[in-house]
Design a protein around this ligand. Sequence first.
Ligand SMILES: *Cc1c(COP(=O)(O)O)cnc(C)c1O
Length: 402
Amino acid sequence: MTPSATASAIPSVLPTYSRAPLNFVKGAGSWLTEADGRRFLDLGAGIAVNALGHAHPALVDALTEQAGKVWHLSNLYEIPQQQALADRLVEATFADTVFFTNSGTEACELAVKMVRKHWYDKGQPERVEIITFDGSFHGRSSAAIAAAGSEKMTKGFGPLLGGFTHLPWGDHEALRAAVSDKTAAILIEPVQGEGGIRPLPDQCLKGLRDMCDETGALLVLDEVQCGVGRTGKLFAHEWAGIEPDIMMVAKGIGGGFPLGAVLAKAEAARGMGAGTHGSTYGGNPLGCAVGLKVMEIVAEPAFLADVNARAGGLRQKLEGLVAAHPDVFEGVRGTGLMLGLKCKVAPAEFVSAGYAAEVITVPAADNVVRLLPALNIGEDDISEAVTRLDRAATAVSEGLKA
Ligand SMILES: *Cc1c(COP(=O)(O)O)cnc(C)c1O
């Protein structure tokens, strides 16, 4: 039935997204080809998911090689690819143990359960309060929307899971007043993504670590968007020289294949024994084979050094773009290849102008347009991207004058 057939009609795809009329049929590196033949430069990377661009040969090989062997094995059996990826993550990070999920939302679910079980096992079952922050995003499940707490996500979906205290972002007084030896955990994104590319200053992340050490609260970091090399370190918290107790990962770790994970220290995870949690697909051979290849590439110091070099170059060009279009932009923010253009116009308007200029960007809250290119985007593609962004900004600017 066509959408307009009757008043009660609903599109056959549940219309929870308002989609741009773009139909990409092929991807290669930082380029996407539309069905009509136009080639778009992709500065969204599926919202920081295609960390190595589209159809990276090493990832295609890892996936197809595994696809020819075995796709799915129940977690009732050993899964060597899962074991290998867990070992690699433990080796490369603060974590002692890893649980694999298929998404960031599922990672959030487990992180919340792990916090609760931790305090339950410590004989403080009443210690359930998790502190979270305005503008955060942790996914769309009942727990994840309750954690983030914004009306935009929670309205109509009550009663919400209890136990979350939402604080204003960057309000140190409110934080000091809220954190006590009753606090179960603090949950925060080191760089807010959906909230508009807002990096938490290193000294604030250090301060949160100190508060958790003083009160015993667990520090839970959501690195679903900012992790896996996005900021120029393997994980964003490394810049602050601190370690979390629990960390959520997804998006980039699968390079485009659905994969997520919760990483944790032994002390935080000890309560999660056999039967306490599970997932049919979590840690499947296909996802873990790809994730292992992503880690092999991204965790290399030389690769991360290149990310930082590219990030510096892009940022400098973006500063020039902002300076050239003061009527459209207010400034550049962010870190590494997780950058935002703070706009004076509606971000959606700039994103649309970008589509016309054949460059893909992603809107966020706080009047920001996100640039989350593939971590391996080439210098020529960066230059071409900025040329196209400039074209889009000129179009928006001319629209303002019209
Ligand atoms: C995307 C995102 C999530 C949710 O991940 P899904 O894979 O969409 O479930 C959680 N936290 C952050 C910071 C994200 O950017």
